[in-house]
Design a protein around this ligand. Structure first.
Ligand code: CO
Length: 134
């Protein structure tokens, strides 16, 4: 079911500072910031030869990454995103297997304009998983 790793995401307390360190210290190409109010985050993507790293900063009240940053004040690895060829079929298979899909269980539009879902970290070795329609 799982395809390629689309990105690894790191939650950060200060997106501008994280962009500076990735762009200027690590010498990476970093995309422009994109606000995703539906997801409660502002994101940039670090573009790498084989994948991407997503840097996430809270946006607005009740951001889903606020509690994570309270526990990890300097930031930390937040989720890994895998591509799937059919997100609805993947969701149905996972629900039938007893996995918990977060939110309403319906895919939302993610940062790449594609459908995404998140799976409960307790069902997958303590790691939040994002699935993205390839
Ligand atoms: Co993501």
């Amino acid at each position: 079911m799982l395809g390629r790793v689309n990105h690894v995401a790191i939650a950060v307390p200060n997106l501008a500072a994280a962009v500076t360190s990735y762009r200027d210290t690590l010498g990476a190409t970093v995309s422009a910031a994109q606000a995703l109010p539906e997801h409660g985050v502002t994101v940039v993507f670090v573009e790498l030869a084989n994948t991407k790293v997503e840097l996430l900063e809270p946006l607005g009240d009740g951001s889903p990454i606020t509690a994570f940053l309270e526990k990890n004040p300097s930031g930390g690895m937040h989720h890994i995103c895998y591509e799937v060829s059919d997100i609805v079929a993947a969701r149905d298979h996972l629900v039938q297997a007893g996995a918990r899909v977060l939110g309403t269980g319906e895919p939302k539009t993610g940062a790449h304009g594609k459908q995404v879902l998140f799976l409960h970290p307790k069902d997958f070795s303590g790691t939040l998983i994002e699935l993205e329609q390839a």
